[in-house]
Each structure stands twice: as C-alpha cells, then as structure tokens.
Design a protein around this ligand. Sequence first.
Ligand SMILES: C[S@@+](CC[C@H](N)C(=O)[O-])C[C@H]1O[C@@H](n2cnc3c(N)ncnc32)[C@H](O)[C@@H]1O
Length: 257
Amino acid sequence: MDYIKVNRDTWNKRTDLHTQSSFYNIPMFKNGRNSLNPIELALLPDVKDKSLLHLQCHFGQDTLSWARLGACVTGVDLSPTAIEYANELKQNLNLEATFIESNVYDFDAINQQLFDIVYTSYGVLNWLQDLNRWAKVIANSLQAGGTLCLVEFHSFNELLNGYSYFHDSEPTIEEEGTYTENCDGTKSKTVTWSHSISDIINSLIQAGLTIESFDEYPYSPYDCFEGLEYVHDKGYQLLHKGHQVPLVFSIKARKGC
Ligand SMILES: C[S@@+](CC[C@H](N)C(=O)[O-])C[C@H]1O[C@@H](n2cnc3c(N)ncnc32)[C@H](O)[C@@H]1O
C-alpha cells in the first residue's frame, strides 16, 4: 500500500471540510484572531524577524498566525489542497509566507534555507512512520543555535483511546471520519503509527539536538477526543478514575553551535 498517497487523499478531503468548520473558524481568523494557543506562545515568546519553518502546517492558520507576530514563515504540508488553501488565505490577508507541498521526509532534498525555528504541532507525529528520519529533517533544517518547538497530543491518551502506546512497525489502518464538528459521516482511510514519548525524545537526541524542556499538560486546547470536559479558562480535560490524563506535551530542543 502507498501509505503516503492514502493519507494525502484523506487530508485533501479533510481540508475541504475543515475550511468550512467552526472548529477552525476562518471568518474569525480573517478578522484578526490568532489561532495559536498559550502553550506554544509561551514556548516561543519572541518570533519577530525570526525565520520559522512550520512542518505539517495543514492549511496554514497557525503558520500565518506566527507571521502576524512578525516571523518570516515557511509552511510545509503533504496535502496539495491544504497548500492551495493556505496560499489563498495568505493572499486574502495580504500576509508574507511561503507554502510548500512536500512530504516531510522529502523536504530535506528541496530545502535550501536554514531556519531559526522549526515548529510543528497537534496531530502530526502519528502520520509519520519513521521518527529518526523526521528528526534528521528537523536538525538539517535548523541553523546552529536554532530551536525546535514541538507541541503534540500525548501518546498516553492514545492508549486510553484503544491504540498502542509503543511503536509497532505495522501501521494502524482505519476508515475514519474527521475531528471537526461538521464531519458529515464520510469516512476515509487513514494510516497511522504510535510513538512512545521515549521514542520521540530519543529520535531528537540521536539527530544531535539538545532537549531544553519537556512538559506535560492536563488540558487540551481542542475538544477533539471523546469524553473531554471544558474547564473555564483552562481548556479540555479528561478524567480517568478521578485523575487528570496528560493530553498534550511539548518539547523545546536546540541544535548545537
Ligand atoms: C492534524 S493536521 C496538523 C494540524 C495543525 N496543528 C494545524 O495547523 O491545524 C496534520 C497535517 O499533517 C499533514 N501530513 C500528514 N502526513 C504528512 C507527511 N508525511 N508529510 C507532510 N505533511 C503530512 C496533513 O496533510 C495535515 O495537514
């Protein structure tokens, strides 16, 4: 099976739904709303005039939010539909950004630039089979002293949702609907892999990055899993036997000089 093609087709279909959803709320974004969350804003408090590469940028709202904060942004995504929409959004809002259609793994081969920051977030790693290759692409894209900022849904919650915690070389292949509220019941094939937290951290260490911080959060900014409850001013939490489940984690890492 051509896993990349299967996932690309699915993300093309999902993008059409997502751009119409209140989950992504494009009208508010066009009115100036920043789509970034307190977690990543605290990790990257000053992006002004920094070059920022956003891997798996979807249709570019977060990429363009970094641009609104002064970063010189490049977004990369597998889905041509997402990249086409990101370019439309950029033009519509008259913002500066470069959007590139590419598989993360192939970005190395076409990229000529070294970035101050690589950013990637919320729902990215489970689409990738080989984290060692992913981490090398990040290390090769950063300039000396540059920063990786990863904010991702926590692998522990995947376990509670019936997926493996540990990596299996065989992917999970499912027919799934998407996570936005306007999911029309249409299902598409998805090919995904689990990654334990230690695998994620070790892939970055092996690529030569120094981990500066690793944090876990009991609240998700997004209402995208079963059983979540909203807590005022905090986000969405999940209780397991009365205790909070870690829903999100972040890693900040630096490439040596
Ligand atoms: C859940 S979305 C990321 C959402 C992102 N946090 C945002 O800005 O809304 C996952 C994205 O990963 C992309 N993707 C999946 N596999 C990929 C790959 N191998 N290379 C590049 N992008 C990929 C999909 O096209 C999709 O846009």
